[in-house]
Design a protein around this ligand. Structure first.
Ligand SMILES: [Zn+2]
Ligand SMILES: [Zn+2]
Length: 332
C-alpha cells in the first residue's frame, strides 16, 4: 500500500510508493563521461575565467596564476547581475524588480578528475571554509536577502562543466522553498517552543531506522517524507541557525560526514548525478531560535513528471527506511 507522508517542517505531502520497491540497482547510475577538451578551470587557464574573488594558494604565487588549491570567480554567465539597483516597480497589479544578485563559482580543486567523494577531507574542509568566507563577504551587501550554496554534479543534475565546482547565488528575495521552511519551523516553534529540526535529529538518533551515519557534530538521515529516492539530509546535532558561524571542529566533522555520505551514495548507486544544497537562515534574520541550517543531497535518479508538476505531490518509489539501510550497510 502506498503511503502518504507529511513533511513535518513545511507540511508538504509526498507519496511513498513502496510497492514499486525500487532498489539501488533499479536506478541507472550514469558515470559522468570524460568529455575531454579544453577546461577553463584547469591550472594554467586562470586567464580564461573572470578574475579571482578569493583563492587559497601557495605562498608567493600571484592571483590568477597557477599555484592555487581553490579559486572563487564570478560566473561567466551569471543568472543575476551584481551591478545596479533593485528598482522595485509595480506594473498594474504585477510586481517586478531588476535581476540583481551575485553568482559565483567555487572551483574546488585544480584536479580535473576528482570528486567530492574522492578528494581528501582537508580539501573538502577548504571548500566549506570558502563557502563561509564568501557568505561573510556577500552578506555585507544590503541588497541581498539570501545566499544559496549549491552543487550540481553530473550533466543530468545540471552541471555544464565536469571540473569539480560548486556555486553561490545571492538573491534580493528569500527563495520560496526557504520561506516555506522558515514559516513551518516558526509555526512549530510557536506551538511547541522547540526547533523542529532539533526534534527531528533527536528522534532519528533514537529510532535509528532512517539514520545513515553520525559523528560528534552531525547526523545524516533519510528524511521521513523524502521527495526523492535516497534523498539525504545532514544536520548539525545541536541547534545552529547559521552555517557561517560554525567552529573549526564542526567544519572538520562536516567534511568527514559529507565525504562518507557521498562515498556511500557513489557506491550504492554507481556514481549518480546529484544536487547538493545548503539551506541556511536568510540574511538579517534576527530570531535564531527556530531555523536550523542543514544540507540536502538529492541523487538524480527519477524525473519529475506531469503528476508532480500538476499536483505538487512527489512520488518516491524508495521508502526512506530502505534507502537509509542500503546506504548505512554500504562498505566504504
Ligand atoms: Zn578541468
Ligand atoms: Zn534546531
Amino acid at each position: 500500500m502506498p503511503e502518504l507522508r507529511k513533511d513535518p517542517i513545511i507540511g508538504r505531502w509526498v507519496i511513498i510508493s513502496s510497492e514499486r520497491g525500487k532498489r539501488p540497482t533499479d536506478f541507472q547510475g550514469s558515470l559522468p563521461g570524460k568529455k575531454g577538451g579544453f577546461c577553463p578551470f584547469d591550472t594554467g587557464n586562470e586567464q580564461t575565467t573572470p578574475p579571482e574573488i578569493l583563492a587559497y594558494r601557495d605562498n608567493g604565487t600571484a592571483p590568477n596564476t597557477p599555484g592555487w588549491n581553490l579559486r572563487v570567480v564570478a560566473n561567466k554567465f551569471p543568472a543575476l547581475q551584481i551591478e545596479g539597483e533593485l528598482n522595485k516597480q509595480g506594473e498594474g497589479l504585477f510586481d517586478k524588480m531588476n535581476g540583481i544578485g551575485a553568482h559565483e563559482v567555487v572551483i574546488e580543486t585544480p584536479e580535473h578528475g576528482e570528486t567530492l567523494a574522492s578528494m581528501s577531507e582537508g580539501r573538502l574542509e577548504d571548500i566549506l571554509w570558502a563557502f563561509r568566507d564568501r557568505i561573510l563577504d556577500l552578506r555585507k551587501d544590503q541588497r541581498f536577502r539570501y545566499i544559496l550554496v549549491f552543487k550540481n554534479y553530473g550533466e543530468a543534475a545540471g552541471a555544464s562543466l565536469e571540473h569539480p565546482h560548486s556555486q553561490l547565488i545571492a538573491t534580493p528575495i528569500i527563495p520560496k522553498r526557504v520561506q516555506e521552511e522558515m514559516e513551518g519551523a516558526k509555526a512549530y516553534y510557536s506551538y511547541k517552543e522547540r526547533c523542529v529540526f532539533c526534534d527531528i535529529v533527536r528522534q532519528e538518533l533514537n529510532q535509528g531506522v532512517r539514520l545513515i551515519n553520525e559523528n560528534e557534530d552531525f547526523a545524516a538521515v533519510a528524511p521521513f517524507a523524502a521527495r526523492f529516492p535516497f534523498e539525504t539530509w545532514i544536520l548539525p546535532k545541536t541547534h545552529d541557525p547559521l552555517f557561517e558561524d560554525a567552529q573549526k571542529h564542526e567544519y572538520v566533522s562536516l567534511s568527514r560526514i559529507l565525504r562518507d555520505i557521498l562515498m556511500r551514495v557513489e557506491k550504492v548507486l554507481t556514481n549518480p548525478p546529484y544536487n547538493l544544497i545548503i539551506h541556511n537562515s536568510p540574511l538579517r534574520e534576527t530570531d535564531g531560535r527556530y531555523y536550523h541550517w542543514h544540507i540536502e543531497l538529492m541523487p538524480k535518479l527519477t524525473r519529475v513528471a506531469g503528476f508532480e508538476w500538476g499536483s505538487g505531490f512527489y512520488i518516491n518509489p524508495t521508502p526512506p527506511e530502505e534507502a537509509a539501510k542500503f546506504l548505512r550497510d554500504a562498505i566504504v
